[in-house]
Design a protein around this ligand. Structure first.
Ligand SMILES: Nc1nc2c(c(=O)[nH]1)N[C@H]1C(S)=C(S)[C@@H](COP(=O)(O)OP(=O)(O)OC[C@H]3O[C@@H](n4cnc5c(N)ncnc54)[C@H](O)[C@@H]3O)O[C@H]1N2
Ligand code: MOO
Length: 392
């Protein structure tokens, strides 16, 4: 049995950035990371653009101007203004080359084809210069940029339809157990509703990982071995839940051994999640998470999360940790370091009742895990404790 620290180091050393690229439609690229710089194919804005509804002027010393027609957004006719002439213009319309300022209509008195402005206005006032945001050929977004809604909007405004991104890992979630029934069906005696797969899929979606397939296996050695072989062949990351302990019907360890999986570690001194398995076969990373649902999720955040960040070549590999004042007393039984379901708010943290690894009810209320090291056996109110903040 290894320590939490050793387990985390082993994951960090074993997992490598995937660095595989994929071309995606911009509108499907949310959350992905650009694998190359993107150069702008156009100037943005593509022409000198009016920022206001008003009048474009060929400026002279006087405050009076004579009107020469109209330019609205989308118009593309050419207009030539002599000094002292103005054109009615609207926001987003091209400003004629011969105009050198736009005055907003609130600052103008109109009588017939003559306008009078309140005071002289500076050159290029209210005109968005050609290429103000980005010039044709310049880097629009750099490699490594995460594609947020704003980034997707920006690229689309440049006319870009496809982007090269780092491919996300293809992930298989495999649940094991004869007792598992899909929610929505009647529940016979002795069975339980299968929840780990949807829980992990949702945790992955929260972190923007969507290339996920779900698989189920009954407690049978041959079925376990053949299913694991096929998901390992087809995926970058395999997350198995259950069947990794020492019971007669826990076949995951035996099947992984049969498949000659490299065992990097098995069993971590921690609660929950002691029988955690981490291994590798060819380039596929394999986690077998203990099946108790709260142990599954706790191990996902403390270990699988790190593998995912490393595969995506991100800098921050672990979830954020802070110290906060405990609002609760807690007594640890045994000597394993413990991850405790908790609610963090305003520098204080409440450790919840119901820490059993089978209990998701308390996890559903939690936004944090309090980490209790091996050397600490009691927490008292007002003690400072280490808190791992969970993704919201
Ligand atoms: N003799 C020992 N027994 C156990 C030990 C041990 O050290 N010696 N460790 C215990 C610990 S700690 C854990 S955690 C569990 C882990 O066991 P498995 O990973 O083999 O998980 P299962 O036995 O398959 O399931 C445990 C529990 O979780 C429920 N489960 C499983 N999968 C799902 C799912 N997809 N959705 C919802 N619930 C699930 C399952 O029904 C069991 O109740 O081993 C202890 N035993
Ligand atoms: O590790 Mo188990 O999750 O303590 O029940």
């Amino acid at each position: 049995m290894i320590s939490i620290h050793q387990a985390i180091s082993a994951i960090k050393t074993t997992c490598k950035p995937l660095m595989k690229e994929a071309v995606l439609k911009v509108e499907k690229s949310s959350g992905f990371i650009l694998s190359q710089d993107i150069h702008s194919p156009i100037n943005m804005p593509p022409f000198r653009q009016s920022a206001m509804d008003g009048y474009a002027l060929n400026v002279h010393e006087k405050l009076e101007y004579y009107l020469q027609g109209e330019m609205k957004a989308g118009d593309n006719h050419k207009l030539y203004l002599k000094e002292g002439e103005a054109v009615r213009i609207f926001t987003g319309a091209p400003v004629p080359d011969s105009a050198n300022a736009v005055v907003m209509q609130e600052k103008v008195k109109v009588s017939g084809n003559k306008i009078v402005i309140e005071s002289n206005i500076p050159s290029e006032h209210n005109i968005r210069p050609l290429g103000e945001q980005v010039k044709k050929g310049e880097i629009a977004l750099k490699q490594g940029t995460k594609l947020t809604p704003a980034a997707i909007g920006y690229l689309t405004s440049l006319g870009i339809t496809d982007v090269l991104v780092y491919k996300q890992p293809s992930i298989a979630i495999v649940t094991t157990g004869n007792e598992l029934i899909k929610a929505g069906k009647p529940l016979p005696f002795g069975k339980i509703y299968e929840s780990n797969s949807v829980m992990l899929q949702s945790a992955l979606g929260n972190l923007d990982f969507y290339d996920v397939t779900l698989h189920t296996i009954d407690d049978n050695f041959e079925n376990t071995t053949s299913k694991l072989q096929s998901v390992i062949n087809l995926n970058d990351l395999v997350i198995i839940t259950g069947g990794i302990s020492v019971g007669d019907y826990d076949f995951v360890g035996k099947s992984l051994e049969e498949l000659k999986t490299e065992v990097i570690f098995y069993k971590v001194k921690q609660k929950p999640g002691k029988p955690l398995f981490f291994g590798k076969k060819d380039d596929t990373i394999i986690f077998a998470l203990p099946g108790n649902p709260a142990a599954t999720l706790s191990c996902f955040y403390c270990y699988v999360y790190i593998a995912l960040q490393k595969m995506m070549n991100r800098n921050a590999l672990e979830l954020p940790k802070i110290f906060a004042k405990s609002q609760s007393n807690f007594k640890k039984s045994g000597d394993r370091p413990q991850f405790l379901k908790a609610i963090y708010k305003d520098n204080e943290v409440q450790i919840l009742e119901g820490q059993n690894s089978s209990m998701l009810q308390t996890f559903a209320l939690s936004n944090a895990l309090v980490f209790l090291p091996e050397t600490v056996s009691n927490i008292s109110v007002n003690d400072m404790v280490e808190v791992i903040l969970l993704p919201s």
